[in-house]
Write a protein of this length. Sequence first.
Length: 317
Amino acid sequence: MYSMNSENYYSSENALKYMSVSQFKSFMDCESKALAEISGEYKRESTTALLIGSYIDSWFEGTLENFKSNHSEIFLKNGGLKADFAMAEDIIKLVSSQPKFMQYMSGDKQKIFTGNIAGVLFKGKLDSYIPGKCIVDLKVMRDFEPVWKDRHKLNFVEAWGYDIQGAVYQELVYQNTGERLPFYICAVTKEKVPDIRIMKINQERLDYCLAIVKEKAPYYHELKTNGGIHKRCEKCDYCKMTRVLEVIDYRDLTPELYSNQNEGEMAQNEDNNFTIKNFVEIPEFETKGEKHNKKSKKKKKIKKQGKKIKIELNFKE
Ligand SMILES: [Zn+2]
């Protein structure tokens, strides 16, 4: 099989050929954004939060000095570390003092696995792989509080798709070694007094998530390779940046609020021949030709903005 290494892991060729957990999750969030990321039209913004994660990752990997020399932005003018990264140093001290945490993080670092799930090539980069024992992923996060997602309060593991990550990693390792290993999360928070946990994701949850991946991955792969109609979520940064304005029914902002209980109301409206759609008259301000021009200008502007954003493809798998 084609060999992948840390140099070409994040290459655009491999983003096209292989699906990663982060790409899969991006498709689940917003198909249009995911495709724009793959084509290079859109880059996620590099945040301090991501950089703190990378700082700690590189310490575990033994490449912190290298990381520091590549990221002058983490230093103050006097040569000291900026507050966020001084805090990262505190987190490193804390995890170092926890033998169990260090034990789970003592495996092979950033080991790359590839495999085929439901006919789609997948790649994964494991934070700590202990052959024959377990797969561990390191998470540095704000806190362990539940997260609101689609009107539901979810455990952060489910909200951020760490269960999907576990399912894919476990399957990739299984395909390469014949061993189905347990998946753990070593997590530490960036709170004033950091919290620290080692969590196992149960096998039933991993099986359930693998079934979701098997169901959706072929469709996402098809969108990636052959195109097709892809859905915009209309909520993410990419959708905001590329919106072409139209007048909408205010309720279309939150369709989930009206999907059940308001069906009766809508029906009544139709009976009275009074729907909001009939109410809206959209004035034509410009000819189609002009409209088209504006759109392409807008696109150019977005591309320009995109260049300003610092590119950091080092997001966590
Ligand atoms: Zn979107």
